[in-house]
Design a protein around this ligand. Sequence first.
Ligand code: 0RA
Length: 667
Amino acid sequence: MLAKNQIFERNIRIMSEEKKEQEYGANSIQVLEGLEAVRKRPAMYIGDIGIKGLHHLVSEVVDNSIDEAMAGFCKNISVTINPDNSITVSDDGRGIPVGMHEKEKRSALEVVMTVLHAGGKFNKNSYKVSGGLHGVGVSCVNALSDHMRVEVCRDGKRWMQEYSKGTPLSPVTEIGTADHTGTTVTFHPDRTIFKDYVYHYDQLASRLRELAYLNAGIRIKLTDLRDGQENEQETNESKTGKKEEEFFSTNGLSEFVAYIDENRERLIPQVIHINTDKYGTPVEVAMIYNTSYSENLHSFVNNINTIEHGTHVAGFRTALTRTLKKYADDHKMLEKAKVEISGDDFREGLTAVISVKVAEPQFEGQTKTKLGNDEVKGIVDKAVGEALTNYLEEHPTEAKRIVEKVVLAASARLAARKARESIQRKSPLSGGGLPGKLADCTTKDPAEAEIFLVEGDSAGGTAKQGRDRMFQAILPLRGKILNVEKALQHKVLESEQIRNIYTALGVTIGTEEDSMALNDSKLRYHKIIVMTDADVDGSHIATLIMTFFFRHMKDLIEKGYLYIATPPLYLCKKGNKQEYCWTEEQRMSFIEQNGDGSTVQRYKGLGEMNKEQLWETTMNPENRTLKQVTIEDAASADRIFSMLMGDDVEPRRVFIEENARYANIDA
Ligand code: 0RA
């Protein structure tokens, strides 16, 4: 509890800063208290105040409209990126109630917009996203916006209220008549809080597309009204510019899975789609088998991406294993397989999306994205088991193909185990030794230690000379590492490059039970930095390495340990003056400022820099820029990786052309 005078002082300070707000906002110390906490520690409410947090604001607002849609009252949602980087979210729901709020003695609309967590309590949808654990509510967005405006159409009238930093600028005002219902919210993120204020079209599109797949029948439109060139912060043309897309799915997850697997070869012609709520919890699952060797599973609870999975996924896996095994046994299809089939074998080449709606979800785990409700396991198990049994009986050809693939996976797993055992016996590393190529650092504290995975022996040599050996280790990688997207597991393990990465990191080579499980306590570096040439080959190698981590050590990316170094593209010189440049704009501006006689050296490879230059531009923590590889959206990443690594050249060419400067997987 704050002492009264503290609250008072705080109140006074806010008001002297914001003359305009005091006219109306002075009436509620409580409100200022709550929302000022959000402004003081924004990251506590929206995750961070970087690009991610900026985009999170849009989700917070859209989630409210999605809730209204899930309750059955809204069909259309539109999101507009305005020329000033403000966002407008509009829906055709019932409209937020505007009447007097009994307890608060002011309009319910004002309460929803200005009181923390108030929004969720109003709306009776039992599977709501907003106002729950993840949704902090529209009032947070309001607090973090230097301007917000809400318009509500209800009961034939149009109402409006405006705010600045969460404080109303006037009472809720009737501004006209309306022949429809709905809510429109426009907010402009406060630039004193968000240093990165430019919205990325693709990032918004990706989440809205996902929402459309997860909620079949809802039409979601995204419009970008900005002019590409006007954003001074712009670095990548494809992020802004006038664009419009509409996301709408008739068949929900069935279409989602087809979209994710668009660039893979199908093993069976049709997506298997399960959609039921007869066990008291809506369960939707779509799955397909492809000819690859990896499992791609994405799970959602109340539209929230449960990255750490949980009981819904456990139920799905149990049902999948049991049902397929029973079918194969009953049809005597396992006799020729001389190996014991394990759960993993049923999941090779499987792409699936699981979505459940749970009234009171319990989220656990490090990132609070693991479903903990025990009852959900049995429900999903039942729903999937029943539907899959029917499917297999009705589709014998497909069933046979799937089982044959499972048997193949089991044999390959056996071969992989043999390969691994022989590698571990032969290997000089088994005594805890490190790869001969590794130049290790002095510190043994993983939190301080960095490892650079460097393309080529020659650049590796320069990096070894240029580094700070106290905390920087270097592992040179020769040539292209194996394309893990297309290789069988035992081939992956036989690759010397890949074994070197595993042993240098101190991570044991994945066991067949759970190749993703990563023994964190043994990880020797908390920054793993991929350093490749700034050209097409270099970015291809970086992509191969990222794919390897994505497929085999995903948790490492989720924990934020994977980075990409950014060597400069140019060295500009004029007399004694010299400047490194990373972009075309920087290069142009040097030439403009320094005029005739300036020379530009294009760096094609790391090898063209000497050890001082490499240290100064790319390795020294004081000057360098590292790009952190993140999985904002695992489904998109998955699609991009399968496309970049796949056989089909055309989509890859288009992607690389569109992302010409750098195949930017982490954007
Ligand atoms: C509370 C109660 C009702 C609707 C809403 C909130 C609501 C909130 C948002 C936020 C964005 N769009 C929205 N649409 C509706 C129910 C009102 C009634 O009973 O008519």
